[in-house]
Every structure is written in structure tokens, then in C-alpha cells.
Write a protein that binds this ligand. Structure first.
Ligand code: 3H9
Length: 697
């Protein structure tokens, strides 16, 4: 198969890229484009050229698999230079997604005609990179500095309406894309080609752009690429095109070698790999045409919104009409807000509402192929629901619990049909958060688990399959490191110092601020409920939280928790400082200075240590499963790749040494994991572990 072929329609030559699955710019494609443009330019019968693609998409960018290998000529900037220099008009015919290098190809063409559903974007920042073939230099010339900074720094995809308004696209195709592009190309014959490199950058508002870059820096949370992308766009305003292009390329090549880019490229492939659970390979999911959701509180409503957004009819069951009405209002207002923000049309709001069946009749779940229970986290309630579900649900229906830590095996047993039962643990707000933990019980049928994965994917989520344990992967790791932060507070650090260090490290939010957001009463109740199970030999770290809760300070919802909230702003509260000092004194602890950075290091080591236990127990089979959970549900920075990728970068010997320190101050329960010890002894990294290796070590 040739990666790029040349066809002719009368006096117009079509250079057609055909490199499945997404027409990535492999060496063969780069060479093919160069050859086809050369041949078409040399052919006197050809008056204009259209660059189009086969398959589901226009070029989706450089071939990411080639990154890290020695680059092979021809290099993309040179190919695009030749394309732009052509004396015959070259028109890009865009369908699907024109991303990264693909969009840069289109920018170097003399005009762009696009299918109405197409999308363009510069997602390089999501790989820790900036565009490397003129994107930062050509886009501002076409669409202005502010637009170019926004697109290059966010990596977001842009629809055709917006692209047309911004001047990026010349025409949205009416009818057949290629025919439309050919026709447009003919209108350009005889006119001097409009070369993007020669366009004058429109004037911009300096103060506004400065503010824009400041905001980008804030949002980046330590990621380098977004700010560098913005600065490189700004270069276009004071460097000539060739200089700007050469400097952009230099920066791109430099970023390719950085740890951040390596981590983000790992994430790109891990996000795809995580969906290919080895032991479910070839297992077909059960067909799903209607889903039931039990509960329409925050969680149930979020899950329902997400299901309906994916086009799924949903039957929502509540105990009382009042709760049902509240749930309905919550969902309706979410969609109406989306419509107000222009994300969906008014007709789509109606269409979504029409997919909802709201009822208090439990028997209405009888025609659902999948039922997701999202009620209060109490085993007695789950028992009642799953006992009833086992009888009401039709044979073959998958029964899922959205529990965040309860035993799926016990829940399966209540139903009397454990093969149909799985866990689907969503994260709040469930219509936004991407992670869903798919819990496979000891008796869950493989196709029931595969169904959970398929539905999660359809909802646009990232499903990660795992076995049963307390807290599953995410909350178990949280439960392991959280006390380390609490103990550090008892020993000498302050919550705001630890939070600041966590955020500086790249976490979305500090642990104490998250506690205030989620509600401190949840932890307090859990501590009370399980007090009788507490091992007296383990260090107790709940005294500060209990003392704060004793004052009715449950976090943001009560206006105070670890912090006080003044006009919605988080502030250090001297009352909390006093509480902390008193707890330390009561425990006979001589407070000592502990740097927030040190605590963060210990938090990370504890995450890794718990993950090592999880891997050894076979709860998940691959390190990337853990990384994807922490990244998509717990605010771990993508540019560090996940706790285990980051541990490999730091060196497992160093992580182990930190864990030994944690053990020294935290005591029983914080011993270094045997897997971690063995890996260090054998000089192994997490990246070396194949599925299931950890269990065998
Ligand atoms: C760049 O362009 C740098 C330039 O500025 C400078 C150059 C000098 N390369 O996502 P899917 C694979 S940086 C290699 O499941 P979808 C993917 O791994 C690049 N492989 O499909 C998967 O393989 P498998 C900037 C790629 O329909 C298969 O294709 N571009 C690439 O859900 C299907 O992918 C980007 O960052 C690639 N570029 O989504 C775009 N892209 O089946 C990255 C995909 O073995 N790509 N694969 O697991 C995407 O965002 C999505 O793939 C896309 C399709 C939206 C295109």
C-alpha cells in the first residue's frame, strides 16, 4: 500500500493520504506528500492540488511511535515548506480530526475546506510538546495571536463554526468534501497562492494577551509546555517567519527529550492500553439498550446525565416522589446550563429529557439490561436492593454497584446471581470525572465485566478493571497516604504548608483542602464506625480531624474545616492552629519543623508502596492501571505520568529509602512493601513489569 497516492480529476490533482488508523505522519507519509506535490507541480496539465485523506480522519498528527527514535528525513517543516512554496494552489480537504502535525499540514496549504463535523487542534501540549512544524508561527498569521495562544496552549479541539469565524477555515463543504475542495481549488487557479507565512499578523491587545498567558501559567500546575507554547506563538510577533520556525523546531526537539514529555507520551499510550484488559481479551460485552439507575442524588444524577449524554435511555428509580423530582430538576438544570453555554442545543435538551423515565416503581427495572445502584453507602441498604434486584432484573442483566469501598462479593451473594454483579465506581461529579473503577468480583462473569467496560467507554469515561479489596485501587491508596499527612501535622507541619507543597508538586488540590471540599464528617463517621476494628498498635492519626469536627466544622459546607472560608476564599484559621498545637502537646509530641516538600515526598512514596501491595495481590495486573486511576480520579499531574511512572523516574531505591522514613515515624502498617524491596534488589523498574509479573515476584 502506498501511504500517499496521486489521483486526477481533470486539471486538479488529489494527493490522498492513506495510512490507517489515523493517517499519522510516518516517514512514508511525509515522503509521499513531498513526492506527490513534486509530481503535481511538475505536471503542466495540473492547475491545482487538493490534499485529502482516506479513512476516518484527516492527518491526526506526527506518528507518536516515532518519537524517541532518530528522526528520518524528510522532516515535516521541510515538507510543509515545499508544499507552501508550490506555485499551484494547494487546498486541504479536512474531515474527522486535523491535529498537531496534521493541522500544521493544513495551515501550510493555501486554503482549507472542511467537513462541517471536522475538528482542528494542536494537542501537542498534551504530550508535553509544542507544535514542531510551524503551528505556532502560521496560526497567529491566520487567526491572530489570542486565538493561536488559546489553541496551542490548551490543546483543545476546535469545531468548524469557530474555525471559520477565526479565519482558519476558508469554507465549510456543502455536500461531498472532496468535490467541494476541488471546486474551491479551481477558483484559486490563476491567482497568486495565499501563503500563510507571508500574512501579516493582526494587531492584538497586549494587556489581554499578557493576562491570557498569566492564566495559562496558573492553570498549567507545573506543566511546562502550555506556557512555552504561548511564548513561542508570541515569537511570531517579533521574529521573521524563518527565524520563528527554526526556533520553534529547536524548542520542539528539546521538549521531546524532557521527562515531562516522556511521561505524557507514556500516558497517551497507557490510556489506550488500560482498555485492553489482558484477561478480557476477546470477551464480548452483553448488549445494552436500556440502563436502570437506582438513586437520583448527586451520584445517581451524575451517572444518569452521563449515560443519557451518550444516547442511552435510562430508567431512574427512587424510593420517594420528592427525591425523584429533585433528581429530575438537578439533571434538567445541568442540561439547561449546557445549552446556555452553547454546548448543546435547546432541541438536545428536550431529546435528553425524553430519554429519561423517572419512577418510584422498582419493578420498572425489569426491562433494563444494566442496573447501576447509586444509593447510600451502607451494606444493609445494598443488601436490601440487591436481594430485590436479583428477583426483579431480567435474566442476563448486569447488576452494578457504585460502592466506593464495600465488598462486591458480598453484594453479589445478596443478589443470588453473583455472576451478573460487578462494581462500577464513579467519581463525583460523575458527569464530569473521567475515571470509573470496574470491580470484578470473585464470581463475576467475564462478559459482565466487559459490559461494564463497554458502557464506561460509551459514556466517554476511562474504565479501569480491578479486583475486590477495601477501597479498590483509588480510595485504598488515598487511605494509605492520608494518615501520613495527618501524622506530619501532629509532628510539626501545618495543613496549609502541606497543601501548598502538594499543589506546587502538581496535585490538583492539597489533601486538606480536598477534605474540606468532600466533607470532614464522612471520615469522622467512618472512624467512629470502625473504631472497634482499629489496631491499638497502629499510630492513630485522627485526633486533629476529630477535634475540628467536634466544633461542627465539617468543611466548606459548614463554612469551616481545616480552613475558614471568607467570601468563598480559603484562609488559614488560628483556631485550627491552636487545635493542632494542643493535639501535639496532649500526645507528648515535641513539634519540629517539617518541610511541606518532605511530606509530599513521603505521600508519593506511600502511594507507590500501597500500589506495590495492590499489584502483588493481583488486584490489578499492570502498573499502568494504578497510574491511570490516580491521574483520572485523584488529581495526580499528567506530566508526572502517574505515581509509578514517577517512581521509576525518581529511582525506586530512593522511593524505598523515603518509605523507610515513613515507617520510622508512622510505625506499624507502613512497612516497605516486599515487592518494592525485591524490585530494588533486582534493579527493576515498574516499566519492566509485564501483566501479572508482580504477583510472581
Ligand atoms: C505532533 O503532531 C507534533 C508536530 O507538531 C510536529 C511534528 C514534527 N501517532 O485514539 P484512538 C493510534 S504530535 C501514532 O483509539 P480515536 C492509537 O495509539 C501529535 N499512533 O482513536 C491507537 O492505536 P491502537 C499530535 C496514533 O478514534 C489508534 O491510533 N497529535 C496517533 O478514539 C486509534 O487511536 C495527537 O496528539 C499518532 N499521532 O481517536 C493526536 N494517534 O489501536 C493523537 C492515534 O493500537 N490522537 N494513534 O491502540 C488522538 O487524539 C486520537 O487518536 C484521535 C482518534 C482523536 C485522532
Amino acid at each position: 500500500m502506498t501511504a500517499v497516492r496521486l489521483e486526477k480529476q481533470g486539471d486538479v490533482a488529489l494527493a490522498i493520504v492513506d495510512n490507517p488508523p489515523v493517517n499519522a505522519l510516518s516517514q512514508a507519509v511525509r515522503q509521499g506528500i513531498l513526492d506527490c506535490i513534486g509530481a503535481a507541480t511538475a505536471d503542466s496539465a495540473v492547475k491545482a492540488i487538493v490534499l485529502a485523506c482516506e479513512g476516518r480522519s484527516f492527518i491526526a498528527g506526527a506518528d507518536i511511535k516515532e518519537f524517541g527514535k532518530p528522526p528520518q528525513p524528510p522532516f515535516l517543516p521541510d515538507v510543509l515548506g515545499a508544499l507552501e512554496a508550490s506555485g499551484k494552489p494547494v487546498v486541504a480537504a479536512i474531515h474527522g480530526t486535523a491535529l498537531g502535525g496534521g493541522f500544521e499540514v493544513a495551515l501550510a496549504c493555501h486554503a482549507r475546506v472542511a467537513d462541517a463535523r471536522a475538528k482542528i487542534g494542536l494537542p501537542e501540549v498534551k504530550l508535553g510538546l509544542i507544535p514542531g512544524a510551524g503551528g505556532t508561527q502560521r496560526l497567529p498569521r491566520l487567526a491572530g495571536v489570542a486565538f493561536a495562544i488559546d489553541v496551542a496552549s490548551s490543546g483543545r479541539m476546535v469545531g468548524m463554526k469557530e474555525a471559520l469565524a477565526a479565519g482558519v477555515i476558508d469554507k465549510i463543504a456543502d455536500g461531498d468534501l472532496r468535490a467541494s475542495a476541488v471546486e474551491y481549488a479551481r477558483t484559486l487557479v490563476g491567482k497568486p497562492p495565499r501563503r500563510t507565512r507571508d500574512l501579516i499578523i493582526p494587531q492584538h491587545d497586549h494587556a489581554a494577551v499578557e493576562a491570557q498567558i498569566k492564566e495559562i501559567r496558573k492553570k498549567a500546575r507545573g506543566a511546562e509546555a502550555p506556557v512555552i507554547a504561548a511564548q513561542t506563538v508570541m515569537d511570531a510577533t517579533h521574529k521573521n517567519f524563518d527565524q520563528g520556525l527554526a526556533d520553534e523546531r529547536k524548542t520542539f526537539m528539546h521538549l521531546l527529550g524532557t521527562d515531562q514529555s516522556k511521561a505524557m507520551r507514556y500516558v497517551f499510550f497507557a490510556e489506550r492500553e488500560v482498555l485492553k484488559t489482558p484477561h478480557l481479551e476477546g470477551v464480548a460485552p452483553r448488549p445494552i439498550s436500556r440502563v436502570g439507575v437506582i438513586g437520583s442524588g448527586t451520584m445517581g444524577a451524575g451517572i444518569t446525565i452521563s449515560l443519557v449524554n451518550s444516547g442511552m435511555p435510562v430508567t431512574v428509580v427512587e424510593m420517594a416522589q420528592e427525591a425523584l423530582d429533585r433528581g429530575h430538576a438537578r439533571m434538567k438544570s445541568t442540561w439547561e446550563r449546557d445549552a446556555k453555554l452553547g454546548r448543546i442545543s435547546a432541541a438536545q435538551v428536550d431529546q435528553r429529557l425524553s430519554l429519561l423515565t423517572m419512577t418510584t416503581d422498582f419493578n420498572a427495572l425489569a426491562d433494563c439490561d444494566l442496573v447501576i445502584e447509586a444509593v447510600f453507602e451502607e451494606m444493609a441498604i445494598k443488601k436490601d436492593i440487591f436481594t430485590r434486584l436479583g428477583k426483579v432484573a431480567k435474566p442476563g442483566a448486569v447488576l452494578a454497584s457504585n460502592t466506593s469501598y464495600l465488598d462486591i462479593n458480598a453484594i453479589g451473594a445478596f443478589s443470588g446471581r453473583p455472576a451478573d454483579v460487578i462494581g462500577m465506581h464513579f467519581f463525583s461529579p460523575a458527569n464530569i470525572m473521567r475515571l470509573v473503577e470496574i470491580i470484578e468480583g470473585a464470581k463475576s462473569a467475564k462478559d459482565a465485566v466487559a459490559t461494564g467496560v463497554a458502557v464506561g467507554k460509551r459514556m466517554g469515561k476511562l474504565p479501569v478493571v480491578m479486583g475486590v479489596c477495601d477501597g479498590f485501587v483509588g480510595n485504598r491508596i488515598l487511605a494509605a497516604w492520608r494518615p501520613v499527612a495527618d501524622m506530619a501535622v501532629e509532628d510539626g507541619a501545618m495543613p496549609h504548608e502541606i497543601d501548598a507543597a502538594m499543589e506546587k508538586w502538581g496535585m490538583a488540590m492539597g489533601g486538606f483542602a480536598v477534605g474540606d471540599l468532600a466533607g470532614l464528617d464522612i471520615g469522622m463517621r467512618r472512624r467512629r464506625e470502625f473504631a472497634h476494628l482499629r489496631d491499638p498498635e497502629k499510630r492513630d492519626s485522627g485526633a486533629v480531624a476529630d477535634a475540628i469536627c467536634a466544633l461542627g466544622r465539617y468543611g466548606q459546607k459548614t463554612g469551616a474545616g481545616y480552613y475558614k472560608y471568607v467570601d468563598g476564599k480559603r484562609e488559614v484559621d488560628p483556631i485550627v492552629t491552636d487545635i493542632i498545637n494542643k493535639v501535639s502537646a496532649d500526645k507528648g509530641i515535641a513539634r519540629r519543623p517539617i518541610a511541606g516538600e518532605k511530606v509530599m515526598e513521603q505521600i508519593h512514596a506511600t502511594m507507590v508502596n500501597e500500589a506495590a501491595h495492590i499489584l502483588s495481590e493481583g488486584i490489578v495486573s499492570r502498573p499502568l492501571d494504578v497510574d491511570m486511576v490516580l491521574l483520572n480520579g485523584y488529581g495526580f499531574p499528567a506530566w508526572r505520568g502517574g505515581p509509578l511512572h514517577e517512581a521509576d523516574r525518581i529511582g525506586l531505591d530512593k522511593v524505598l529509602a523515603t518509605m523507610r522514613e515513613v515507617h520510622k515515624s508512622a510505625g506499624k502498617g507502613y512497612e516497605p512493601a516486599p515487592l518494592l524491596e525485591k524490585m530494588v534488589a533486582q534493579g527493576k523498574k515498574f516499566a519492566d513489569l509485564k501483566p501479572g509479573d508482580a504477583q510472581k515476584m
